[in-house]
Structure formats: structure tokens, C-alpha cells
Design a protein around this ligand. Structure first.
Ligand code: CU
Length: 120
């Protein structure tokens, strides 16, 4: 009995370790993190390394002056649970910061920011 129990316990520990590494981290974004684009994007797409919990995942936009820019609430793409979409109002050239805060399906919370520039 002991011989069977041991490997199962080790296996379970291994799965837990793998799950802990699987938080929803930012994989890439469109516009790309730190990029300069020449046309104002209509939305920001943020792709994560893990599926998100839509009810607990959000993103906001601030301008160069640090003031929040009104947008509709960010939503998880129904076609891709690993993608958060923030629809944007018409933006003028400048520097913008995206702040995001998400909960992945393993209930772990992550957050971060990145910026992009719109060139005149
Ligand atoms: Cu996790």
C-alpha cells in the first residue's frame, strides 16, 4: 500500500507546482507592449498565458497626464478566454498606459501595466 501511496502523493505535489506556475501572465498585446503606432487603435487586445475569469478581469486606460480615459468595461473575448479586450474611444496622438488586473481560472490574481504611443 505504501508503495502506491507515495508516488501518488508526489504526483499530486507535481501538479500543484505546475498549477502555481500557470497564473495568467501577460503574453503579448495589440498594440504591442511599449510600441509606437501611427494610427489610433480602436481597441487594446491583451493576451494572457491562461484563461481568465471574466467577472474579475478588468483593464483601464490613462493618458500622458495620468488622467483616466473613459472606456467601456474591458471584456474577455467570447472566442478566446485568454484574451481581454478594451474598446477605445477615438484617441489623439500621445502616450497611453494600460493597467490590467485579472483573475485566472485557477483563481490566482495578477496585475500589471504597459504603455504604447500614438505618433502624430
Ligand atoms: Cu496560478
Amino acid at each position: 500500500m505504501k508503495r502506491i501511496v507515495m508516488p501518488i502523493a508526489l504526483l499530486a505535489a507535481g501538479f500543484r507546482a505546475a498549477a502555481a506556475l500557470a497564473h495568467a501572465f501577460l503574453d503579448h498585446a495589440v498594440p504591442a507592449v511599449g510600441s509606437t503606432v501611427t494610427a489610433a487603435p480602436k481597441e487594446v487586445q491583451i493576451f494572457y498565458t491562461q484563461a481568465l475569469e471574466p467577472a474579475f478581469s478588468a483593464a483601464t486606460l490613462t493618458g500622458a497626464d495620468g488622467q483616466p480615459i473613459a472606456t467601456a468595461a474591458a471584456s474577455v473575448d467570447p472566442q478566446n478566454p485568454m484574451e481581454l479586450v478594451l474598446k477605445l474611444p477615438p484617441l489623439t496622438p500621445g502616450h497611453y498606459k494600460v493597467s490590467w488586473r485579472v483573475v485566472s481560472v485557477d483563481t490566482h490574481r495578477t496585475e500589471g501595466t504597459f504603455s504604447f504611443d500614438i505618433k502624430p
